[in-house]
Write a protein that binds this ligand. Structure first.
Ligand SMILES: *Cc1c(COP(=O)(O)O)cnc(C)c1O
Length: 218
């Protein structure tokens, strides 16, 4: 069943209150609309979301009409999924920020196809295999590479450990927060529905919330 705009507004406000109960820092909320229909994207914007997050390049294309509309009314679109280099061109003109950048070839393609787009470098702070993100040691090189290509790195992004272990989650987020500080990057983009509180406690400035607002996905 589709949620009403007022239900979505209520859920956004509940998440915002949860964040404010942990920290008085300003924290941006990305409402993750992946797998949801264009109508839901429209309703999320109508409910007051300032930023929406999408994971799949083809899906962004399929939602192009609604994305154009909400962006022209000031809502930002952030790409948060693992991104193949040959899919970057699909995102051109449809997203404001790519939060999942983790290798030089992707930076090259972004510089070529989407000059001016902001990026976050994704860090795999738990060192898990088969997970997006660069290892912390690779960060200085990626930052330099971005700067050489004229791509603006706004911050760091991370996804908590697959295990969901709260202790490992906290260590991982803490590390990413320290890395952002060390590299003077303002945005610390971590925290999802299941680890929101730990993320905010560990210094997040931007959280990406899907299921806590829109329910479970198909
Ligand atoms: C799906 C997804 C989210 C949102 O996850 P929820 O658990 O539904 O809040 C956030 N970040 C990324 C990278 C995702 O893929």
């Amino acid at each position: 069943m589709e949620l009403s705009v007022s239900t979505i507004r209520g859920r956004i406000s509940a998440v915002t209150q949860q964040i404010e109960s942990v920290s008085s820092r300003p924290i941006d909320l990305v409402v993750v609309t992946k797998t949801h229909s264009p109508e839901v994207v429209r309703d999320v914007a109508a409910a007051g979301a300032q930023i929406i997050g999408e994971n799949y390049a083809q899906e962004v294309r399929d939602k192009a009409a609604v994305i154009d509309d909400i962006r022209s009314s000031g809502v930002e679109v952030q790409f948060i999924g693992q991104l193949q280099t040959n899919k970057v061109r699909l995102l051109a003109g449809l997203v404001d920020c790519i939060a999942s950048v983790d290798r030089p070839s992707l930076i090259d393609e972004i510089a070529k196809r989407m000059p001016g787009v902001r990026i976050h470098l994704q860090v795999n702070a738990t060192g898990e295999v088969n997970k997006g993100g660069c290892l912390p040691d690779a960060l200085p090189q990626l930052i330099e590479h971005s700067s050489d290509r004229g791509v603006v790195v706004e911050g760091l992004m991370a996804v908590g450990p697959t295990s969901g272990d709260p202790h490992v989650t906290r260590q991982a987020f803490r590390r990413v927060g320290e890395l952002a500080l060390a590299h003077d990057l303002a945005v610390r983009n971590y925290g999802m529905s299941g680890d929101l509180q730990i993320a905010v406690e560990e210094g997040s400035t931007m959280v990406r919330i899907g299921s806590a607002i829109l329910g479970s996905r198909n």
